[in-house]
Design a protein around this ligand. Structure first.
Ligand code: APR
Ligand code: ZN
Length: 246
């Protein structure tokens, strides 16, 4: 094992109140494309259109075509990978307090994690902007054959995934809970994020200020590498298995 992996394993073994903070990179090995970095979504789809609330309201069909052709197929095929499972295992062993994720794929829940803070929502949940009814992702997908964008089955209104688009605020309380968890942890394990999007990217600084160790596992550099006590530039699946002994 290389020395950084060795040192990270020791920090994990000694920690009793770990918080994991994850981004799209943790789901890359599950087949879900990242936003930035090689082959990221943003290289094909324009975030000013695809994930912006004003554009969505003006032209919902653009989003729902992307959902039908890209988002849904990738999501349905995706299974939690070794990194998701390693985090769930740390929680089951009582060492990990929470996983804070920027991801909307729901894979931490599928892996068995319980205390999950989904800062940007969860695309497996679809809601109606007009009557607030909730629907599952597959029942909405099935409706796309008849109509795109899909009308709300109960009021005919506008359906939208329960995720945070650019221009929208985070779910009430999510960032507060995440900041509290980051301020109380003794180790922040950052996995698969460029750490470029705020307020989520303020979490490593909060943990550091409160005396926690920070480990960053990411393929390629992040905006906050200077904050890391240990920085591992490698794929999450392999590394998380090694440093958690799972
Ligand atoms: N293991 C670890 N890291 C990986 C892997 C892997 N197997 N594959 C890719 N990466 C890295 C990429 O190189 C990139 O640096 O994961 C990082 C993912 O960064 P982003 O695509 O920027 O994703 P994220 O940081 O989660 O984006 C934050 O931006 O677009 C918004 O709301 C969206 O939640 C998202 C937010
Ligand atoms: Zn409705």
């Amino acid at each position: 094992m290389n020395s950084d992996i060795e040192k990270a394993s020791q920090l994990v073994a000694a920690a009793s109140s770990i918080v994991a903070f994850t981004g799209a990179g943790i789901s890359a090995e599950s087949g879900i494309p990242t936003y930035r970095g090689a082959g990221g979504l943003w290289t094909e789809y324009d975030p000013a259109k695809y994930a912006n609330i004003d554009y969505f309201l003006a032209d919902p069909a653009y989003y729902w075509r992307f959902f039908k052709e890209v988002r849904y197929p990738a999501l349905i095929a995706a299974k939690p990978n070794r990194a998701h499972l390693a985090i769930a295992e740390l929680e089951a062993k009582g060492q990990l307090r929470a996983v804070i994720t920027q991801n909307i794929d729901g894979l931490h829940g599928e892996a068995g994690s319980k205390n999950i803070i989904e800062l940007h929502g969860n695309t497996r949940k679809i809601g109606c902007l007009d009557c607030d009814a909730d629907y599952g992702i597959t029942e909405v997908y099935d409706r796309l054959e008849q109509a795109l964008p899909p009308p709300c089955p109960s009021c005919g209104g506008r359906l939208k995934p329960r995720v945070v688009f650019f221009g929208e605020s985070l779910p009430a309380g999510a960032m507060e809970n995440a900041a509290l968890a980051a301020s109380e942890c003794d180790l922040l394990l950052v996995v698969g994020s460029t750490l470029e999007v705020y307020p989520a990217a303020s979490l490593p600084g909060i943990a550091k200020q409160n005396g926690a160790n920070v480990i960053i596992v990411n393929v390629g550099q992040t905006a906050l590498d200077h904050l890391a006590d240990i920085r591992i530039d490698a794929k999450a699946g392999e590394v998380l298995s090694q440093i958690t002994g799972s």
